[in-house]
Every structure is written in C-alpha cells, then in structure tokens.
Design a protein around this ligand. Structure first.
Ligand code: SF4
Length: 346
C-alpha cells in the first residue's frame, strides 16, 4: 500500500470528531484554520464554536465592531489573527459580494492567509489538488522519507513542497491532507512517538536509521526578548480607574491596558514608586502606592517574555475619564490583564 493510502486508511479509523470537518463551507473552514494557528485543538474549539454562533456568515463578521471581535478572541493570543480575520471579512463583503473564495489562487490574496491556510481551505472545501505543509506534515515527511534538510533555512520549504506535491493522491487531497496532519498530531508526535504501534513502522526511514528523535532538523532557536511592564492601576474616590487602547504596532495592538510604565529591568518597590511619581504626580493628587505583589506574572509569548507587575495608585479626586468596574467587563484586554481584573476587582 502506498504511503498516502496507508495514511488515509489510518485516518478513517482514527480521526477525531471535530466540527470543522463536517462542513465544506469555505468561510467556516477559514474561521477554524485561523483560530487553530499556533493553538491546540482543545483550546481552539470553544473559540470556534463562539465565532460560528456569533458570526454565522461572513456578513455578520464584517458588520461586527472590532472590539466585539477582539473580546471574543480574548485569551487566544496572537491578536493580529483576529484583526486580520475582521479585515478579511470586510474585504470579502465589500469587494467580493460576500462570496468567500474557495480556490488557492483566490485565497492566497487575502490578508492573514498564507500558503498553508490557502491549501487547507481549498482542499477541504472544494478538494483542490494542493498539498498542505504545516509543522505536523514537516515532521511526518522528514521522518518517513529521512529528509535531513534544516527547516530553519528558507529553501528547505521548497524541497518539502516538492515531495508533498509528488505524494498527494490526485482527486483525494481533501482526505489526504486531513490524514497526514492528523497522523502528525496523534501518532508521529514531536516527542517519543510510539513507533511500535505505527502502521508505517515497516517502511519508515527514520525508524530504520534510528533518527526518529533527531528529525526534523531545526537548528535556529527563536530569540526571546525580556520586557518589564509596570501597570499603574489608578483608583479614584469613586473606585474608577483608567484604561486605554494600545495603538502601537507589536503585541496586543488595539487591545486595552492600564497606563504602562515600561522599564529595562525588574524594579524594586521604591524604584517603581519613584518612576510613577515622576510620571504622574503633576497630573494626579496621589495619596498612596501599593505594589500588588500577589499579581506578579511572567507571561510568555513566542518572541517575548513579559515580566508584569501591577501597582495600585490611589487618587484623592474623581477621574474625569475614569472607567467603572462594570465597564471593564465589556472591554477587550490581553488575557493577563483580564485575569488581573477578575481577581483584583471582584
Ligand atoms: S514509525 Fe515512528 S517516526 Fe516513523 S512515521 Fe511512525 S511514528 Fe513516525
């Protein structure tokens, strides 16, 4: 039996029952694909269900306020995905009469859709003959065929793409693409796959040459930058606080946060208080500073490690632009700040 037929047979017996596999609607498949980028299925599932029920059609998503989209996305991370999702829905409604594309060539032109996502949507919705390449597929192919090229090098992708195209069974891209990704997610897993029960064990080159644990090769490690966020949680005489939208490019764009004092290192309590005094005491009548040590957090993103602390600053006045605790619940925040609000203000 060929590699692709073996995988399809395995898939038909072992696949998980997932809602986006029960449709060929390219809009719904697109939602699932964007939500599942860099996200585990268990984490993405409730977000998928909430997006489909809040925005059953591309028109509903296009007509939504960006804050509603970001609020529903809250906790999933990589918020540019949500902003692109919204922008693409508007584009499809405004420029394409609300007809969500189904072919690779049309899909690749849309914001937030790269080669993998375009192949996935085109094959799952209309069975277009295009091979997907994602982390799972790289791993399965590199092990089974003993491809020892370094995935950190851009040209390696072409080698895998060529191999993937050669293997792709004509007329069955829909099932085969699902099958190889599912096989990578459930059987040929990154750490210690159970090769003794694998249907491909007899012909797998990595197993034969004892290379299972060293393939795929990815030499370059992601460089992680440390950042130090000191959030100033003002509290006025009416228990109102201040938040504002983060408009600069980079992490958390268009989400809300407390006034931020970023420092170059973790600061002592007296250093933070001095910094806040210098920055804000000419604007506000400050009566007290409390570093909320219970809420010190290290939040890891793909390229950044955020060291976050919250400092409560009491003001002997009523803030002109203050926000009530009830209003905070309706505003989209990064999940670390949302969690802080839930615990601190409840
Ligand atoms: S034998 Fe092991 S390494 Fe080879 S495809 Fe199966 S699970 Fe992956």
């Amino acid at each position: 039996m060929t590699f692709s037929n073996s995988l399809i047979n395995w898939y038909l017996q072992n696949k998980r029952d997932l809602p986006w596999r029960k449709t060929t609607d390219s809009y719904v498949i697109w939602l699932s694909e964007i939500i599942l980028q860099q996200t585990r299925v268990a984490q993405g599932l409730p977000y998928f269900e909430s997006f489909v029920s809040n925005f059953p059609s591309v028109f509903d998503l296009a007509n939504a306020q960006e804050e509603q989209v970001l609020k529903l996305w809250q906790g999933l991370g990589y918020y540019s995905r949500a902003r692109n999702l919204h922008a693409t829905a508007k584009h499809v409604v405004g420029e394409l009469n609300g007809v969500f594309p189904t072919t690779y060539d049309q899909l690749i032109k849309l914001k937030g859709i790269g080669s993998y996502t375009a192949s996935a949507i085109a094959s799952f919705s209309v069975n277009e003959n295009v091979a997907v390449l994602d982390g799972n597929v790289f791993r399965v192919l590199s092990r089974y065929y003993k491809v020892e090229n370094d995935l950190s090098i851009a040209s390696t992708k072409k080698i895998f793409q060529q191999l993937a195209n050669e293997i792709l069974p004509i007329q069955d891209a829909q099932t085969y693409n699902q099958a190889i990704m599912e096989f990578g997610a459930l059987q040929c897993v990154p750490k210690s796959p159970n090769c003794s029960i694998c249907i491909l064990a007899d012909s797998c080159a990595a197993l034969q040459y004892k290379l299972v644990h060293s393939l795929p090769i990815k030499s370059k490690k992601i460089k992680v930058t440390n950042r130090y966020f000191n959030y100033v949680v003002f509290e006025d005489l009416e228990h109102k606080t201040i938040v504002h939208k983060r408009i600069e490019k980079g992490i958390w764009q268009n989400l809300y946060e407390f006034p931020l004092v970023e420092s170059h290192a973790i600061l002592s309590e007296s250093e933070i208080v001095k910094l806040i005094k210098d920055r804000f005491s000419s604007t506000f009548k400050i009566t007290n500073y409390t570093v909320l040590t219970d809420f010190e957090i290290i939040h890891k993103l793909s390229h950044q490690k955020l060291h976050i602390q919250f400092i409560k600053v009491s003001i002997n006045a009523v803030l002109f632009n203050g926000v009530t605790v009830n209003a905070l619940n309706k505003i989209p925040f990064p999940v670390v700040i949302h969690n802080f609000i839930e615990r601190h203000f409840s």
